[in-house]
Ligand binder design. Sequence first.
Ligand SMILES: *[C@@H]1O[C@H](CO)[C@@H](O)[C@H](O)[C@H]1NC(C)=O
Ligand SMILES: *[C@@H]1O[C@H](CO)[C@@H](O)[C@H](O)[C@H]1NC(C)=O
Ligand SMILES: *[C@@H]1O[C@H](CO)[C@@H](O)[C@H](O)[C@H]1NC(C)=O
Ligand SMILES: *[C@@H]1O[C@H](CO)[C@@H](O)[C@H](O)[C@H]1NC(C)=O
Length: 274
Amino acid sequence: MRSQTAISLLLAAVGIPAAAAQSSTASALPKASAVTNNPAGTVYKATLPDEAFFKSAYPEGGNVKGEITAATSPDQSGVIFKVNFSNLPKSGGPFTYHLHVAPVPENGNCTATLAHLDPTARGEEPPCDPANPETCQVGDLSGKYGKIPEGKDTFSATYTDKYASTLEGIGAFFGNRSFVFHYANKTRISCANFALVASSGSPTESACEEPGPASTASGSPSMTANGTIPHSSAPTSVQTTAPSQTSAIPAAGSNIKAGWATALVLAAAIMFVL
Ligand SMILES: *[C@@H]1O[C@H](CO)[C@@H](O)[C@H](O)[C@H]1NC(C)=O
Ligand SMILES: *[C@@H]1O[C@H](CO)[C@@H](O)[C@H](O)[C@H]1NC(C)=O
Ligand SMILES: *[C@@H]1O[C@H](CO)[C@@H](O)[C@H](O)[C@H]1NC(C)=O
Ligand SMILES: *[C@@H]1O[C@H](CO)[C@@H](O)[C@H](O)[C@H]1NC(C)=O
């Protein structure tokens, strides 16, 4: 805050009006990429549990009811979100909801879902400007498409977001993550994981999406960093690891030789200096 004031004063001193500085800040925000190759026919759904995580939101028990359904758009450009909530809390609004980066663990701990899905790392400040959704956090759905007003029992909305993605392997992918429903003050009321409910993939493709314990135990295709199994990795990985293992021995041998040569040259140099 203080440094922002200092910057405004400085800019004012050199004759740049504050409004211009403001808009240059907005254009300096990283821009999320519109994803145009989401897999056709893919649908994910997240349904809130029966009991709230923040118990004092429903002292008599219960929770916000509802779900988010997210389907690849028919032209594969963007994802159609259908949001439907009821039994909303009576106070503490307007409520917000976001895609979060980590899934909800077995114990339902909404804190463990960590931060908002934000592959461009723009952070929460300055707040999302819905006029420029590409500059918002990818997961900031209520920032981009509207908060949930207090004083009503239900809320529903349908919109297409171009930045969140059903394409596995990219940062904007949310199919293995969660959403969190918050009070206006950010306290987490409830949360739920997305689960795949439809896909047009062939049976082999869907088998690839869910690495079973059997495939890892048998030492067949290893998982990549993002948790997916590359389709054709089995033969290639065998071929690439085998030669590199055998060639490791001569390579180590020549390294030792090189080491000795370096030591001899160094010794000669030291003797020369002395
Ligand atoms: C939202 O959910 C309620 C009940 O849970 C249901 O009656 C209603 O049809 C749903 N609305 C939409 C738009 O899906
Ligand atoms: C946030 O607001 C809710 C509802 O008003 C309240 O119960 C909760 O204690 C608040 N959390 C914090 C951290 O102030
Ligand atoms: C919930 O998750 C947070 C963040 O990972 C952790 O600090 C906290 O101890 C967890 N609480 C429980 C009850 O597991
Ligand atoms: C979810 O998927 C993304 C992209 O494929 C990956 O980077 C991330 O590590 C995955 N998260 C979890 C919790 O598996």
